[in-house]
Design a protein around this ligand. Structure first.
Ligand SMILES: [Mn+2]
Length: 380
């Protein structure tokens, strides 16, 4: 059985390649989005096509998803095929604007669809209600790998397959989806192949972190380095690392990423300490809900994970802005933050994600209302 619309998506991309249409990849700024963009880009090159440009949103500045700042730039490329990766399923308004700009949007995502789904011609997302694909736990790289297989068929060489599986494995682990079923296969095959990788960026990072150490339990460190890049000006360093063919450039980029990870870990610890001090007084509340103007949005997910694991409570962490707050959510198994936020849909600007890991944007003036409703929801 195939994921719904995967054949349609493959045919549409082949048509674009054949007609030399412009193709834009628009990926989320984490390893799952970046890996998906690398995989799809290489599959398109294998077909003899080329990518016109690759965009990664600056989460700090623009928030998650298909955003208007990016579309203002991308409209210059129209007409073009715009493929979103690891985002898009929640971007009803963004897709409308893209269509107005004559961008043909295809969504490849694995996030939970909300009540309203964007009006894109082709949506590939195994979590769509009517998608009969039995395994719902794929990371977006898993979905994209299946799409690459569909596009290349028998023409996917063993080396290409191995190389794409390496990325699929790393981003599947990074995205914290369940390591079962197809994901288990991706991880096993991909990590095995990683030992002899041809990809200069991965080789450079293995050298810097020590190959022996990476394969003796250090794989998470390896992944957090790849995941520590931030998108600036819609570009992303990890994407550069994973697509560069220059050993020298890769070495420099990999070293920068390793340094950045260390700085980031330090900052995460500081923020967690601050949160623990604050929640001492609030131990009777079912939800942990903390924000600050000085916390970077790109760290919110990691901070929420640490706090949620320690206190076993739904954890909402946000950067507090003058008008708007953006944040990340992590919550314990058996609870559902997306459903919780649906009860606040009347005032939230956006929200979405997975049951256990999600995000939101809310007006600062609505913060207290948000907190109260969440506490009420999780009290049940
Ligand atoms: Mn993802």
């Amino acid at each position: 059985m195939k994921i719904k619309n995967i054949e349609k998506a493959s045919n549409r991309i082949k048509q674009a390649v054949k007609n030399s249409e412009k193709i834009i990849l628009y990926g989320d700024s984490d390893l799952d989005g970046i890996g998906s963009a690398v995989i799809l880009g290489e599959a398109i090159k294998n077909l003899g096509g080329k990518i016109d440009c690759v965009f990664f949103p600056d989460r700090e500045k623009d928030g998650y998803g298909l955003n208007l700042n990016a579309l203002e730039i991308l409209k210059e490329k129209a007409p073009a095929l715009l493929i979103t990766l690891d985002l898009g399923i929640g971007n009803v308004a963004g897709v409308e604007v893209a269509k107005k700009y004559n961008l043909d949007v295809m969504i490849v995502d694995h996030h939970e669809p909300l009540d309203e789904v964007p009006d894109a011609k082709i949506i590939v997302d195994p979590k769509q209600k009517d998608d009969p694909y039995p395994f719902k736990g794929l990371a977006n790289v898993g979905v994209t790998f299946r799409l690459a297989e569909e596009m290349l068929g028998e023409n996917m060489s063993l080396n290409t397959k191995k190389s794409l599986l390496e990325l699929t494995a790393l981003a599947t682990i990074a995205d914290m989806v369940p390591q079962i079923d197809e994901n288990k296969y991706f991880i096993e095959e991909g990590l095995r192949s990683l030992k002899n990788t041809f990809r200069p960026g991965l080789k450079a990072l293995l050298t810097i972190l020590g190959e022996g150490q990476v394969f003796a339990g250090g794989i998470l460190k390896f992944i957090s380095a790849l995941n520590s890049a931030e998108s600036l000006g819609f570009e992303n360093e990890s994407y550069s690392l994973l697509t560069s063919s220059s050993d020298k450039e890769c070495y420099t980029l990999a070293q920068e990423l390793v340094n950045k990870t260390q700085a980031k870990q330090h900052r995460i610890k500081e923020i967690c300490d601050e949160i623990e001090r604050r929640i001492l007084r609030k131990s009777d509340e079912p939800v942990i809900f903390e924000g600050d103007a000085s916390w970077r949005l790109t760290l919110a997910g990691a901070v929420a994970s640490v706090i949620c694991n320690k206190y076993a409570k739904p954890t909402f962490i946000f950067r507090k802005g003058t008008d708007v707050c953006c944040g990340s959510v992590r919550n314990p198994e058996g609870t559902d933050s997306v459903s919780a936020m649906k009860t606040c849909a009347d005032f939230l600007i956006t929200f979405g994600g997975h049951t256990l890991a999600s995000g939101f944007r809310v007006k600062t003036k609505d913060l207290e209302k948000f907190r109260t409703r969440l506490n009420k929801y999780f009290l049940k």
